[in-house]
Design a protein around this ligand. Structure first.
Ligand SMILES: [Cu+2]
Length: 119
């Protein structure tokens, strides 16, 4: 009987430690950031268009493209420096570390065009 009590005590202690470390991990993940001074800007892909089609960001910022259409689109740089194929609900993120204007399009639907202006 004594050994059972001790076993339960150790089990409880172990669960407390696991529980505590689990909470700690959750706290860390909610405070994770991409870095100092970096902002993320969302561009929705919907109804065969990038929205907003033109976006102005600061150097070091990120753009997140999210495909909300029911079919596949791509986010392809006109200069071929990047290309992301996105199925429904998928997103792609890119950080822009150089200033300039970066035109992109959908390789599947050439009428879909967008520009990222980095200042
Ligand atoms: Cu498309």
């Amino acid at each position: 009987m004594k050994t059972i009590t001790i076993s339960i005590f150790i089990l409880c202690l172990a669960l407390m430690i696991i529980g505590a470390s689990g909470c700690q991990q959750a706290t860390v993940s909610t405070t994770t950031s991409t870095g100092a001074g970096e902002n993320a800007h969302a561009v929705e892909i919907k109804n065969f268009a990038f929205n907003p089609s033109e976006i102005t960001i600061s150097k070091g910022d990120e753009v997140i493209w999210l495909n909300k259409d029911a079919l596949v689109h791509t986010v392809s740089a006109d200069d071929n420096s990047f290309s992301y194929k996105l199925i429904t609900g998928q997103y792609a993120t890119r950080q822009f570390n150089a200033t300039g204007e970066f035109a992109y399009h959908c390789a599947i639907h050439p009428s879909m065009k967008g520009t990222v202006i980095v200042r």
